[in-house]
Write a protein that binds this ligand. Structure first.
Ligand code: ZN
Length: 131
């Protein structure tokens, strides 16, 4: 296999290379935990990967479509605050996080407690409470 030419820190803030972190999940590999799925979905927002966001969204809450092409939000950082379950063997889990972003030139932050379920061998984002 050809060695990759460029290293890119994963947008999710893990300090790993993108290729060693969220890239495999965006490419279709099942995320092993709710936290991994949460991180990969944040990365998908950064990269405006709407197909991945929709496919990792639980069917019960998934929007019909998602258009981020004109989205003025620029995501700048993700910080995981707390985890509850969401590990291999669990049926569900929650991830509490702070996501920082810029909109209209102003720094903002979103605090959310997201719910995830494990179904058919994959984690899915269900919904979240914004703090
Ligand atoms: Zn990542």
């Amino acid at each position: 296999m050809k060695k990759k030419q460029t290293l890119e820190c994963c947008p999710c803030g893990s300090a790993l290379d993108f290729d060693a972190c969220c890239a495999p999940y965006l490419a279709g590999q099942a995320a092993p935990s709710a936290q991994a799925l949460m991180r990969s979905r944040y990365t998908a927002y950064v990269k405006k990967d709407t197909a991945y966001l929709l496919q990792s969204w639980h069917v019960s809450t998934r929007p019909a479509s998602l258009d981020l092409a004109e989205d003025p939000v620029k995501w700048t950082a993700l910080e995981i605050r707390s985890l509850s379950q969401g590990l291999p063997g669990d049926a569900s889990g929650t991830v509490e996080f702070v996501a920082r972003y810029k909109a209209g030139g102003r720094a903002q932050r979103l605090m959310e407690k997201s719910r995830f379920v494990f179904e058919g061998g994959r984690w899915f984002y269900v919904d979240g409470d914004i703090a």
